[in-house]
Design a protein around this ligand. Structure first.
Ligand code: SF4
Length: 517
């Protein structure tokens, strides 16, 4: 591969890079059956990193042979069989828990090593995979969870998502990137694909060519969160639907060949784009793609935060979708199975995952809508949730994540429930909690972001604590929230937020939101 030459000439590679040259990440799938047979002790510790390519992370405590496992769901669309299999895996192998992630994937915990081969078989039968759900490779392709049924989409992005997903999936040309790589493809005019926080994003656009209006995409590159967040910047190109693969391949090739491989901390595309500048990056893209038309009209008109609660008509007459709240994205396999069952009973069987960690049941005929909404399950997973629990998100946190400094999901639910009881607001407030600087729960784009850390008390005790950030949005190109001074012990965080929101309530005008979205 060309990057080997580029880097061999210049700088030392980091340890992971040297390992990846010895062995391709995807080859872990050849080793897993043997490890599953011989037991966890048979896995040399230096092989743990390769499991990531199979969407697996050794779960703490790290000696029990258990894994966190992630399944990709491109643009969040599941058919009935896929939804059933995901529920079954949670029940049979994942101690009954499914987490919906902020990249529309499903994540399991406590998955035993010896069961992996049979889980992979189950997933393969319904055309799902864990492959490259983690690791230094293209992750799940996110996008509009309403693709194909959306009155607010410029066009149906399902064929494009499918093409790009299949092009990159397990493609040996792109299975050794400097680090993770995130693609978004969306044509919803309210930025449902969260374009600006992805490495590569295709956003809805139009252009008049030879007197005719053509629909296609604009392209943003170099976005990402974590300790040093960047908002993706736009290339001056208009991309017709049949050129998406060409452009995606070019951007990814540049990242593969010129992305940094010395420091893991600087190995994301955002650093390369920032160092080169967007115009140089654009020139390099065009060298690979050949000439492309300049940018046309941006068709994005706002940002919906990724929330789709309630029952709404689809673009297909007589059909509706129902957006359901799944508090902090965690659901039992039994409840997931029930919702999948209702999708089959009342709709087409399809179920969709949303990057706000919620679910959508599409394709409900008008005549069946009231009966569906009367089902008991919606008392637990409401379609019109309360303003805090409904709009709260949380990353995995210290229950299962090796990097977490604090709890997230339970704490976030506890805080949101208290705020729902004690702060009566006429608008929702999006509160997202993360357990470390990596920001998997996307705290940077929250109205109120909460980030976990450890704090030493005056008595010398180490306690869980949080920092608060305010004013994040992806409206108008985006703005990351800003840190308020001070660190707050976990025992005080809900008091502080309550006071803060009561102050907001007192000062705000009727209908005024915390931030624009
Ligand atoms: Fe783990 Fe940190 Fe990501 Fe949360 S943000 S899931 S704590 S790595």
């Amino acid at each position: 591969m060309s990057y080997v030459k580029v880097w061999a000439d210049h700088e030392q590679l980091n340890k992971n890079e040297i390992n990846k040259l010895k062995k391709d990440g995807l080859s872990i799938f050849e080793d897993i059956p043997k490890y599953a047979r011989d037991g966890f002790e048979s896995i040399p510790k230096d092989q743990y990193m390769y499991f990531k390519y199979a969407g697996l992370t050794v779960q703490k405590p790290q000696d029990k042979g258990l894994f966190m496992m992630r399944v990709k769901i491109p643009t969040g669309i599941l058919n009935a069989e896929q939804a059933e299999v995901l529920a079954e895996i949670g029940h049979d192998y994942g101690r009954d828990i499914l987490d919906i992630t902020t990249r529309q994937s499903i994540q399991y915990h406590w998955v035993p090593l010896e069961k992996l081969p049979e889980i992979f078989d189950l997933l393969k039968k319904v055309d799902l995979t864990t492959s490259e759900a983690e690791g230094d490779a293209p992750r799940n392709v996110v996008g509009n969870p309403l693709a194909g049924i959306d009155r607010d989409e410029l066009f149906d992005t399902r064929p494009t998502v499918n093409e790009i997903y299949r092009f990159f999936q397990d493609n040996p040309d792109f299975s050794n990137l400097p680090r993770k790589y995130k693609i978004s493809i969306n044509a919803n005019i309210y930025n449902a694909g969260h374009a600006e926080i992805n490495d590569l994003a295709f956003t809805p656009a139009s252009k008049v060519v030879d007197g005719k209006k053509v629909l296609g995409f604009h392209v943003k590159v170099g976005g990402g969160l974590a300790a040093k967040p960047y908002l993706a910047e736009q290339l001056n190109v208009f991309v017709a639907k049949d050129q998406v693969r060409n452009v995606a391949s070019a951007v990814t090739t540049l990242y593969r060949d010129y992305g940094y491989r010395k420091s893991r901390a600087r190995a994301r595309l955002k650093y390369l784009v920032a160092d080169w500048g967007i115009r140089k990056f654009e020139e390099k893209v065009l060298e690979l793609t050949g000439p492309l038309p300049s940018a046309g009209k941006d068709e994005t008109v706002g940002w919906n935060g990724g929330f789709f609660f309630g029952a709404h008509p689809q673009k297909q007459d007589g059909l509706n979708y129902v957006g359901i709240s799944v508090p902090v994205g965690r659901i039992s396999s039994g409840d997931f199975s029930k919702i999948a069952g209702l999708a089959k009973q009342y709709g087409s069987g399809e179920l969709r995952t949303v990057n706000s960690q919620n679910l959508i049941i599409p394709n409900i005929p008008d005549r069946a809508l009231n009966d569906l909404l009367a089902e008991d399950i919606f008392k637990k997973f409401p379609v019109h949730p309360t303003p805090f629990t409904g709009y709260a998100m949380a990353c995995t946190g210290n229950e299962f994540c090796n990097l977490a400094l604090t709890n997230t999901k339970d704490k976030m639910e506890e805080i949101a429930a208290r705020l729902d009881r004690e702060v009566d607001l006429d608008v929702p407030v999006r509160i997202y909690m993360v357990g470390c600087t990596n920001s998997c729960g996307q705290r940077h784009i929250a109205d109120i972001g909460i980030q976990g850390l450890k704090l030493r008390t005056q008595k010398g005790e180490l306690v869980d604590a949080y920092e608060i950030f305010v004013g994040g949005t992806l409206t108008g190109g985006g703005h990351f929230n800003e840190r308020l001074k001070g660190r707050i012990a976990a025992s005080l965080i809900s008091d502080v937020l309550k006071d803060f929101l009561l102050y907001f309530k007192k000062e705000k005008e009727k209908g005024e939101t915390f931030f624009t979205f």
